[in-house]
Design a protein around this ligand. Structure first.
Ligand code: CAA
Length: 257
């Protein structure tokens, strides 16, 4: 697939996908989402890549779904376009994905950041779900993920007023992991990606899967799920190598097997 709306940079073992519609603040049209999903799925099955970053530019991570593309749609159009199926496929990516956010992360842009596993922000980042201002409401997970991230009361205010949250407030609320000056946020996201990429890939995947399950399962079912993944890792060469290397006081050499 030729990419028109994103760029992909591989710095093995990490890869960075940059959303690239700067003229419209990276508004997420159908084509961009298709490219993003295709690219993520390719990277998910690329053994040389262990961690992925999604970023935008200094002014915008993404200012939401493309309003111009949706403006004339009716319910049947929205159903038959089924654009949210792309979002479901992003949710199924097994490798860790970091959002590196600067500027606007609004509507679908905020929802995309929240679908990632870790959010690193620049001091200029602004998060919001402004759909209420254009007669709708979040549709790609905002009411659920924002509420889980920042709690009912803050989420309710943001979603009902359409107001924006600064990077600092987002960090205090638990929506953002860390905030850096704008000239550093992408490099810091890459530093974190390289750190995660240096860990045993199978354990990373199963740990990510287990953390995500905590959003869906009861504590009892979640603990059982976690335990099965933990036991499963004892079939891996990396478990043998990791524990042997500890005993032998040397660095482990991961195989991802
Ligand atoms: N869709 C399409 N185009 C968009 C866009 C969007 N979401 N956001 C910005 N743009 C376009 C603007 O139309 C403008 O294009 P033109 O130069 O051709 O006029 C260009 O990007 C620059 O935008 P502004 O001139 O508005 O820039 P600004 O700095 O004055 O304002 C902003 C920035 C506050 C982010 C403002 O652009 C804005 O409010 N954008 C819309 C945000 C929004 O409502 N997002 C939610 C979309 S719905 C959604 O996401 C549903 C869902 O849950 C999936």
């Amino acid at each position: 697939m030729e990419f028109e709306n994103i760029t992909l940079t591989k710095e093995i073992p990490i890869a960075t996908i940059q959303l690239n519609r700067p003229d419209v603040l990276n508004a997420l049209n159908h084509r961009l989402l298709s490219e993003l999903v295709f690219c993520l799925e390719q990277l998910d099955s690329d053994d040389s890549v262990n961690c992925v970053i999604i970023t935008g530019n200094e002014k915008a991570f993404a200012a939401g779904a493309d309003i111009k593309e949706m403006a004339e749609a009716d319910t049947i159009d929205m159903l038959s376009r089924d654009s949210f199926s792309a979002w479901d496929r992003i949710r199924r990516i097994k490798k860790p994905v970091i959002a590196a956010v600067s500027g606007f992360a609004l509507g679908g842009g905020c929802e995309l950041a929240m679908m990632c596993d870790i959010i690193i922000a620049s001091e200029t980042a602004k998060f919001g779900q402004p759909e209420i201002n254009i007669g709708v409401m979040p549709g790609a997970g905002g009411t659920q993920r924002l509420t889980r991230a920042v709690g009912k009361y803050r989420a309710m205010e943001m979603i009902l007023t359409g107001g924006m949250m600064s990077a600092g407030d987002a960090a205090k609320s638990g929506l953002v992991n860390r905030v850096f000056p704008v000239e550093l946020y992408l490099e810091e996201a890459k530093r974190l990606a390289r750190l995660i990429a240096s860990k045993p890939p199978l354990a990373v995947k199963l740990a990510k899967e287990s953390v995500l399950k905590s959003e869906e399962l009861s504590l009892k079912d979640g603990l059982e799920f976690e335990r099965k993944n933990f036991y499963m890792l004892f079939s891996s060469e990396d478990q043998k190598e990791g524990m042997k290397a500890f005993v032998e006081k040397r660095d482990p050499r991961w195989k991802g097997k």
